[in-house]
Design a protein around this ligand. Structure first.
Ligand SMILES: Cc1cc2nc3c(=O)[nH]c(=O)nc-3n(C[C@H](O)[C@H](O)[C@H](O)COP(=O)(O)O)c2cc1C
Length: 154
């Protein structure tokens, strides 16, 4: 059974909640799903057909949540190749922060691309100013993502 690795970066639990809410959608599509609350680059070791989904919020001024910092540090310091990685990205933020809106999600996307990973589809950016419950935006997005990217395996 192929696997979806959901890697979470969160300060207050919103991104983790998104991960938990979308998990059954991938299970229904034929995947086993692991949610990584303390993500490490080693979690990305994948077999053909596996995918990663990043659910990452922004804190400070466009900064990564603390639990996600070791992942980013490892990527920057060790520069592993991620050329076999296919991923999706859900960024949580708040547009009232202006220029740093979804800064962590955007920086992560650029970093993954730099390391050769392939994003499937567009990045989802969830704005807390517009969407009170992030799940309300994430669930339909994931349903559409599975459909459009033809990720269903059952
Ligand atoms: C102290 C603090 C700093 C924040 N800084 C940013 C920011 O720079 N850019 C942004 O888009 N959102 C920012 N946010 C908003 C959060 O990213 C947003 O509320 C998100 O939904 C939180 O998700 P989480 O519960 O997974 O941490 C900030 C929130 C707080 C409390």
């Amino acid at each position: 059974m192929p696997k979806v690795m959901i890697l979470v970066g969160t300060m207050y639990g919103g991104a983790l909640d998104v991960a938990e809410q979308v998990k059954p959608l991938f299970e229904k599509a034929g995947y086993s799903v692991d949610i990584h609350e303390q993500p490490m680059v080693g979690d990305l070791v994948s077999n053909e057909g596996d995918i990663a989904l990043f659910c990452v919020s922004t804190t400070g001024s466009g900064d990564f949540p603390g639990n996600f910092v070791p992942f980013v540090r490892h990527l920057r310091d060790q520069s592993p190749s991620l050329s076999s990685l296919r991923y999706g990205l859900i960024a949580l933020g708040d547009s009232s922060y202006g220029d740093t809106f979804c800064g962590a999600g955007r920086a992560l996307d650029a970093l993954l691309a730099d390391h050769g990973a392939t994003r499937l589809g567009e990045r989802l950016e969830i704005d807390a100013m517009e969407t009170f419950m992030a799940d309300d935006a994430a669930i339909p997005w994931v349903e559409e993502w599975i459909d459009e990217q033809q990720l269903k395996v059952v």
